[in-house]
Ligand binder design. Sequence first.
Ligand code: BGC
Length: 669
Amino acid sequence: MTEKLSNEELSKLPFMNSNLDLEKRVEDLLGRLTLKEKFKLSSGTQFFYTKPIKRLGIPNFKMTDGPHGIGPHSSNNSECTYFPVGVCRAATWNPELSEQFGVAAGQEVRDIGYHMLLGPGINIQRAPHCGRNFEYQTEDPYLNSRLAVPCVKGIQSQQIAACVKHYACNNQETNRFTCNSVVSERALQEIYLPGFKATVCEADAWSFMTCYNKVNGVYGSEHKNLIKQRLMEKWDFRGFVVSDWTATQHVKNTESCVEAGLSLEMPTAIKYKYKSMMDALNEGKFTEEMLNENIRRLLRVMFLTGIFDDPSTIPPGSRNTLEHQAVARKIAEEGIVLLKNEDNLLPLDINSIKKIAVVGPNANKKMSRGGGSSQVKPPYEIKPIEGIQEKCKGKIEIVSTPSEADVVIYVGGLNHRPHKDSEGADRKRFNLTSTHINRLNETIQENPKTIVVLISGSPIGMDWIDKVPAVIEAWYPGMEGGNAIASVLFGDVNPSGKLPITFPKKLEDSPAQIVKDLEVNYDDGIFVGYRYFDTNNIEPLFPFGHGLSYTTFTYDNLKISKDKVSGDETVKVSVDITNSGSRTGAEVVQLYVQDVDCSVERPLKELKGFKKIKLEPGAKETINLELGKEDLSFYDEKSGGWKVEPGKFNILVGSSSRDIRLQGKIEYL
Ligand code: BGC
């Protein structure tokens, strides 16, 4: 049974027949594996591969970071497109762009001959100081889901597995290997799990990566409740679960991982060493059927990615193409958020300005190669100053002294050094460093017409904000970032990004902080981000959903299809949006629901719908959204299920969570 087969013999085996039903191929191959080979497949090699089983022609299944492009550390130093980071993608509020990113990233993974992308990262941005916020999307579970689903679909459209990470409650980097996220069932259901669930139920995600931390006392890689019971049994996940790299180092033992449903231990065997596996099996600590099920899942994904198929029958892959660079630029342009624009200082008029000074610590800085496992090595990266120089070429002189300039662009913010926006450590300060604040203040003194462009993946304290007329949040905008920033500054692009997170005035205002103890109590419960600020009436610096435009939009004619609903009925909500300004622009129409009277505490409002539309000046469009029972429900800890209570609900439609333009109501009977 275990002798090596010739290529010809192999090619005749049922699992090699691509016309055969997928599950039959999986069972055929599984049935041919020896126990030893199953053990071998359970852990990785060379940091990013599974081990090959040469006898059966099973090659290495190859995985690569990361969430905004392929990482050189995981791809033999490959050059790849550097896309804007997750929070920038989320700030576009554009699911189509999420999908385009997914398609492009999938094509790049295919092009380097790999099979799985270690992303998207969709942990909720709970605490402003979390070092990996830049990789993640948002503080809101609804927005998280709506953007993660098309991203996973896009990646997998290329027969590349998405690996949704880090499951779950990996919301800080401090003590990430050992801390325990203590979180209520309601917060799990309403805040932390919906994004993960959506990628399975709506996008058929083929893989999940566990978190390093414990969730309610149990490490992610041995979390039977999270993996087996929820992900697999409740959500019907057909893919496989991989540990975060070395995440199994502190788990109880081999059998707890096997039993929980961990198929693959990465990057190498710790708990899944041959002897540990054999001993545990012999001692009856797990059954071979449990192991089979874990291996079956891994094999299924191998088949899904076409690893055993004729390469000419699978999507071909491509990398560093103009199309991918255009996607990177589009995401940057749509993700940049105009936070403040006093007296319409922006956009700058290229014809009337003579001299511009471009200063600040991030003006001339590349950002692709930092931050930890999400680093990328692009063939080029347009720095902010380069984008502005290119735009101004032959028209505006770039000077270095602010006092000489008609207008100053100060590019500051954070970077990917440890304790900034970076993996493995959280931020230490909310404000810019005192050196940078001094530099900014000096610049403002020299020339008050200073526009601040922030490069960051998380909110920054802005004590200086009243002194500057305009602020742009550009995030980490990828390899086309400098061009995208220039396009926005000079009005070639009308900004349409909206904040996917709340920007607090001061750190203490935020409901959650980084915790140094090993016990991280999520005592903010469901009151994460704007849910907390709104309910407690704390004014943020910039609210969730905020983002200005160079044009204006009016909201009229809110229509709600019925005022009373019951059972599973849905309600149609429509609203007319008019571009009432003089430039073409895009608006993100946001729909929030407010439960007027409830037996349990609920947030003042919750996002339950949105739509981004582009309108020419004067143009009007009717936006149609729909609300279902689940949009009115909360997770009821008493009954252990989702519940909607009869009573009134306000329907709020607006341009941000704190700029509600129209309001109506319905009653749930
Ligand atoms: C990170 C993961 C990453 C993995 C492989 C871990 O340290 O947490 O996000 O995919 O390394 O590089």
